[in-house]
Design a protein around this ligand. Structure first.
Ligand SMILES: Nc1nc2c(c(=O)[nH]1)N[C@H]1C(S)=C(S)[C@@H](COP(=O)(O)O)O[C@H]1N2
Ligand SMILES: [Mo]
Length: 323
């Protein structure tokens, strides 16, 4: 992660038909068709033909509370410039990631809970009562960023389902481990599988989101299919992809990047323009597909929702909150 320099890898290609405008247009067509009497009642063929997905959860209803005043990143950039070390250490791994088989996908939820669960991700979505769409900012520690519509559900819904007991202080997440499909996992100097963790309080925050989709359809593999975490106020490496296991634990787990470089990638990793990474400034960011840099905002613009979480931490911890 640390050696990649931002190139204009996403420089504009003009005939992009999957960009924001098209996305909105398709939405409108879909809405019109849905309200038209010519459409057979309950037909699932509409989303199928428009979105190329047979999954009836898509497109999900939009939760308008979660929006931002930034232009959406073009789908093409958000889905082809992706970070997924399991498939290689550069950002151009989307073809390789297509090898991952994501159906069926068994998720286990265990640890200090009253009701542990082993469940297929599709059944979990049904049990939870479906999905919604939210537009979030997303800021990588390497100072690139994007604004994308995620589909999924609040992490809090999983917490209510499994009922953690009072000893549970952290939630730990683990990615799949399968070096036969994910060549990056043959590189033994990484402590696979990819792991991340947050506190229970962070996990119950309204913003903590489990994403199953992006741009109105299921996640493509390279963005973490079938199921990933999205924490918009933290640096991107906390938003772990392709999760197979969620554990409720007492001791603080150490994430993969923290194990590799603890001075550079800490536990909290909250976005803050005033605390530099040891090797670069975090003051500004480059949005995928845009030339000019823009200022980075504290907590990535989500201070109102999350700053309470950190008010009670001691001062000596404060600088670590942002690394
Ligand atoms: N399992 C796994 N999850 C991961 C990563 C990874 O390499 N492996 N990269 C992280 C980093 S550094 C970032 S910035 C985001 C990128 O998400 P995106 O590719 O969907 O934009 O995923 C995060 N989740
Ligand atoms: Mo990242």
């Amino acid at each position: 992660m640390s050696f990649i320099h931002i190139k204009k890898a996403w420089s504009l290609s003009q005939n992009d038909i999957t960009g924001e405008r098209e996305f909105i247009k398709r939405r409108e067509i879909l809405k019109k068709l849905a309200s038209s009497s010519l459409v057979f009642a309950g037909s699932s063929f509409l989303p199928y033909s428009v979105y190329g997905s047979a999954n009836s959860f898509y497109p999900p209803p939009v939760n308008k509370i979660y929006n931002v005043n930034r232009e959406l990143t073009k789908e093409k950039y958000a889905t082809t410039y992706t970070n997924f070390y399991e498939f290689g250490s550069n950002k151009n791994i989307w073809r390789k990631a297509s090898k991952l088989k994501t159906k069926p996908w068994l998720l286990s939820i265990d640890g200090l809970v009253n009701k542990p669960l082993k469940i297929d991700i599709n059944d979990l979505i049904k049990k939870i009562g479906g999905i919604e769409e939210r537009v979030y900012r997303f800021r990588c520690v390497e100072a690139w960023s994007m604004t994308v519509p995620w589909a999924g559900f609040p992490l809090n819904k999983i917490i209510s389902l499994v009922e953690p007991n009072s000893d549970a202080r952290f939630v730990k997440f683990e990615t799949f481990y399968n070096p036969d499909v994910a060549p990056g996992q043959k590189q033994k100097w990484y402590p696979w599988p990819y792991q991340e963790a947050i506190t229970i309080e962070e996990a119950t925050n309204e913003l903590s989101f489990m994403a199953t989709g992006i741009y109105g359809k299921e996640l493509p593999n390279q963005n973490g299919a079938p199921f990933r975490l999205v924490l918009p106020w933290k640096y991107g490496f906390k938003s772990i992809k392709s999760i197979v296991k969620i554990s409720f634990v007492k001791e603080r787990p150490i994430g993969m990047w923290e194990k590799l470089a603890p001075k550079e990638y800490g536990f909290w990793a909250n976005v803050n323009p005033n605390v530099s990474h040891p090797r670069w400034s975090q003051a500004t960011e480059q949005q995928l597909g845009k030339e000019e840099r823009i200022p980075t905002i504290i907590y990535n613009g989500y201070a109102e929702q999350v700053s309470d979480l950190y008010d009670n931490l001691q001062n000596k911890l404060k600088d670590k909150l942002f690394r």
